[in-house]
Design a protein around this ligand. Structure first.
Ligand SMILES: [Zn+2]
Length: 669
């Protein structure tokens, strides 16, 4: 199928620029693209593969060695520098979310091992992606240890594989592009930080631009070949510009003044660690090369910072995305005391703070402009800015973060609460689970469904070779030798918060602490990709304040406006929670439930109801009681409730990750 042309994608200038800068220098560390579905983010990423320069590859090398600089450790090497080579287009490797470790990293060549007794290595996707593009759609749904492996490779430019008795290392330098829909779960902050750049994409709110998107899409669908042909010239120009920038990059200079500008921008945004400084420096160098300059100047630093900082600001998942550009300009002005741009090429227009031509990602604008009419019509400069990030700043008010009413509490990192036992639920980060994608924890007899464990199979067959009359190299296998690996990973759960909002809790500022605690647990659940629900009880009964959902922003809003006071119908709270869990279990039987009851245990009514609900809950859920009782005289009611439920009990202060006390488990005698 003819791919959609890169240059024909409307209105994603930030994304285009981020992709191109990484193409100029993959060491920037890749791009994380965040945005809702249907925003052409995948189209653009796939299109990039079509514009990257064609490069020579050593003939027959499965690891895509460059004939000019072959990998000295290449498993298919050593290569003769004068040997034959082929021109190959840049590879675009798409990594499916369900990919196994074998598929990604490579594995023992099963066939050769079993027939010839040779430990051959079957390259994985990371080998195919060398010198190209590795694209992971829905990277937030990928298993953590795979994301780690990808980011390690991206950072080091090499892959080390130690498994199944093979030990291999090969070059793997690629532009890593991950896309995600934040509504479907967040990346762990540690992983977020390891992506070099990030871009938020949204459908444009500009009518003209939207119309153009549709027009081009229809044109393309009517005749992909004709459409691609019309854009071929522009795409070719982009590819050539990438090649020129790559060649120029080694001679671009990062002056001390530019470097201190980078440092002062990072300091002003209070980013943790040094990674941001490094990424901005690399991206600014690439940007200067992309613009055909040999010295990094302020606009390069600005362009790099806009893409490198948004995901490194301190924030929680509920803050609005993007970067405060006024703050960036202030930081640049403060850091830029003049010496930086001594003579500044006259035609190197300092970028206007916003709304002006965005740092152009596509089509060089040095050649005459009259040959690209299609570009002019649809993409008025202002439209893009408005489309991608306009909504919060349309009226000139400061963007949220400073202007928005500050929430009183800040979430803290909570300890991991998990469901007992080993489940089989959807992948996530909370409770232990059997999964085809997790780490291998052993092997068992082949069931015909799992993954064959080669080493265990060979080990099982080895002692019988003589008795089976083996004479050549090949192993003599019997069906009974076959073993499969037993893998364990983590699953996501349904986490139900049952929150006591009654008068006894409302006293003395305690409700605020409760809200902070629940909020922190919500943030944690969000990062672990759980489904969450919230039940509250007060006054005359219990309410489902939040039906099971993955959209945690809603939960925060409900929490903030939670009414408090009145009597304490604890029984109703338990009953409603039990019902909700049972209902959800029918809908999604593999998703196990964790019930977190936040209360001081004081109940004013409904003890019979409570007892009935307790029986159901002991069967259907793992329960933790967060004891909110305070003061010198404590009644220990929450502890008693926990005991009735067969639940663990935690004091509110023990919820913090730093607290090392273990959950006390007191099962009723
Ligand atoms: Zn090679």
């Amino acid at each position: 199928m003819t791919p959609y042309p890169f240059s024909a994608v409307v209105g994603h200038d930030d994304l285009a620029l981020a992709l191109l800068l990484n193409s100029v220098n993959p060491a920037i560390g890749g791009v994380l693209v965040r945005g809702e579905k249907g925003t052409a983010k995948s189209t653009m990423v796939r299109a990039l593969g079509g514009v990257l320069p064609v490069e020579p590859v050593v003939r027959g090398c499965r690891f895509r060695c460059d004939p000019a600089r072959p990998d000295p450790g290449c498993p298919d090497g050593p290569h003769d520098p004068a040997g034959p080579a082929d021109d190959a287009p840049a590879s675009l490797v798409e990594l499916p979310v369900g990919a196994t470790e074998d598929r990604v990293l490579g594995s023992l060549d099963l066939e050769r091992a079993l027939t010839e007794g040779v430990k051959g290595f079957e390259p994985g996707l990371l080998a195919r992606a060398h010198r190209g593009l590795l694209y992971v759609d829905e990277v937030n749904l990928l298993h953590d240890h795979l994301v780690d492996a990808l980011l390690d490779a991206a950072a080091m430019g090499r892959v080390h594989v130690e498994r199944d008795g093979v030990s291999v290392s090969h070059a793997s330098r690629f532009v890593l592009v991950g896309t995600m829909n934040p509504e479907e779960g967040e990346l762990r902050p540690q992983l977020l930080d390891r992506f070099g750049l990030s871009v938020e994409v949204a459908a444009s709110r500009d009518a003209q631009q939207r119309a153009e998107v549709v027009r081009r899409r229809l044109d393309y669908e009517a005749s992909p070949e004709d459409f691609a042909a019309r854009w071929a010239e522009e795409d070719r120009a982009v590819g050539e510009r990438v090649a020129r920038a790559r060649a120029l990059l080694p001679s671009v200079e990062l002056t001390d003044a530019a470097l201190s500008l980078v440092a002062s921008v990072c300091a002003s945004f209070e980013v943790d660690g040094m990674r941001a400084d490094l990424v901005i420096a690399r991206a600014a160098l690439a940007h200067a090369a992309w613009e055909g300059r040999t010295q990094v100047s302020t606009p390069d630093v600005r362009a790099a910072a806009r893409l490198a900082l948004p995901h490194r600001r301190r924030r929680d998942p509920f803050d609005s995305p993007g970067l405060d550009e006024d703050q960036l300009d202030d930081a640049l002005e403060r850091g830029d005391d003049g010496p930086d741009d001594p003579d500044g090429d006259p035609d190197d227009d300092p970028e206007p703070p916003e709304g002006g031509p965005p740092p152009d990602g596509r089509g060089p604008d040095d050649p005459p402009r009259d040959d690209d009419p299609p570009e002019d019509a649809p993409a008025p400069d202002a439209g893009d800015e408005a489309g991608t990030e306009g909504s919060e700043r349309s009226d000139g008010t400061p963007r949220s973060g400073d202007g928005a009413p500050r929430r009183s509490g800040e979430p803290f990192r909570t300890r991991l609460l998990s469901v007992d036992g080993v489940g089989e639920g959807a992948s996530g980060r909370r409770s232990r689970a059997r999964t085809p994608y997790g780490r291998s924890v052993g092997s068992s007899r082949w069931s015909g469904r799992g993954r064959l464990d080669v080493l265990a199979t060979v080990t099982a067959a080895a002692p019988h070779q003589r008795s089976r009359g083996r004479d050549g190299l090949g192993l003599r296998l019997r069906a009974g030798d076959l073993r499969e690996s037993v893998r364990e990973g983590r699953e996501s759960n349904l986490v139900v918060f049952c929150v006591d909002a009654s008068g006894s809790m409302a006293a003395r500022d305690r409700m605020q602490q409760v809200k902070d605690a629940v909020l922190s647990l919500l943030v944690d659940a969000y990062q672990r990709r759980d489904k969450v629900a919230m039940v509250t009880f007060r006054g005359t009964g219990a309410d489902v304040a939040l039906p099971p959902t993955s959209a945690v922003e809603v939960a925060r809003a409900r929490l903030d406006s939670l009414p408090t006071g009145g009597r304490t119908p604890l029984g109703a709270g338990l009953h409603t929670s039990a019902e909700l869990i049972a209902r959800e279990h029918r809908r999604d039987p593999h998703r196990r439930a964790l019930l977190v009851i936040v209360t001081d245990g004081r109940a004013t009514s409904g003890s019979a109801e409570a007892a009935a609900a307790a029986t159901t809950l002991r069967r259907d859920a793992s329960v933790v009681v967060v004891d909110c009782e305070r003061g010198p005289v404590r009644l220990g009611l929450a502890r008693r409730l926990a005991s009735t439920l067969g639940a663990g009990v935690l004091a509110m202060e023990d919820l913090r990750a730093e607290a090392l006390t273990s959950v006390v488990r007191e099962v009723a005698a």
